[in-house]
Design a protein around this ligand. Structure first.
Ligand SMILES: [Zn+2]
Length: 104
């Protein structure tokens, strides 16, 4: 679980984001889905096959949606890509840790 703006969010890696979203009542047909932020359930689904900088980008993207669902999609895309590339350049590789993260 991660905490975003005081709310606990579960992040799950799934084989098919669209199928899992459908099971949660979201019918998304037109987009290529690497991840989704389900605000009503405080749940983020991430395509389990994603790796590297693209995975980091999608994680940031969905966390931005969790932080503020009113941020326009285009801005979330740009922010996610920009932050992921910057963090990747700085050496972040998303290694799991048991250390408790700071609250976002
Ligand atoms: Zn989005």
């Amino acid at each position: 679980m991660v905490v975003v703006r005081g709310r606990g969010w579960e992040i799950e890696n799934v084989d098919d984001v669209r199928e899992y979203a459908r099971e949660h009542g979201y019918d998304l047909t037109s987009e290529d889905l690497d991840g989704i932020c389900l605000d009503s359930e405080a749940l983020i689904l991430i395509d389990a096959s994603l790796t590297g900088c693209h995975r980091l980008e999608i994680e940031i993207h969905e966390l931005l949606h969790a932080y503020d669902p009113d941020i326009p999609e285009r801005r979330v895309r740009i922010l996610g890509r920009t932050l992921a590339r910057a963090l990747w350049r700085l050496g972040y590789r998303g290694q799991p840790t048991k250390q408790a993260p700071p609250t976002i």
